[in-house]
Design a protein around this ligand. Sequence first.
Ligand SMILES: *Cc1c(COP(=O)(O)O)cnc(C)c1O
Length: 233
Amino acid sequence: MYFERLERALPQVRERIQRACERAGRSDADAVTLVAVTKGHPLEALQAARQVGLQVIGESRVQEARAKWEASGDLSLEWHLVGHLQRNKVRQALRMFTLIQSVDSLRLAREIDKEAAKTGRPAEVLLQLNASGEDSKHGFSPEDGLEAVRVTTELEHVRVIGLMTMAPFTDDEAVLRGTFRHTGALFERCRDSVEKFEGRHLSMGMTNDYEIAIEEGSTMVRLGTVLFGERPQ
Ligand SMILES: *Cc1c(COP(=O)(O)O)cnc(C)c1O
């Protein structure tokens, strides 16, 4: 079921990514990484993703990811954490995830630094911005973003390779665009003024808004529903 759905959906998604790139005058649609967000879906969704050649998997919760990670036994996939991480789960998270996209506090960043020191491999992270200012969302406020990047890039065992944000859930295009534009502007400021910031990724865009996010400079979209359908859980 997941495979058939994905086989149908993926070419359409790729086409939309391509067209959004063209509208934005961006030449290379391959420069947009597609993260297949399998949270809330069973292992079958992940296997379907792999079958159609998607290699980057996004999960929101350490526990759920771990069950799939162990069951899949697949080392060729790249796992990204896109949900809030509790500090007591950092060690486990570092074993599975090659990128933690959701670093939303300095305390968490310091804990990641501490645990990564023990693994002997620096942890790659994105800082999450709460660009819309909603209480329900995690992340640094836009005002604190630059300083947070400065502080976290100084951590010895953490490499900050970009920013991530979630737009509010709305169909108001102006609001979505504004959120992404704000985050994009901060991304550029960080690149210009924080030497150790490796601004490789601007992770913006979900099912509801990924085309707008790409028009506003996203290099990484995180897609669940459009690929796998509504989440059953
Ligand atoms: C669930 C989730 C997604 C995927 O959302 P869809 O709307 O299903 O595409 C992307 N990013 C984050 C941070 C999420 O929690």
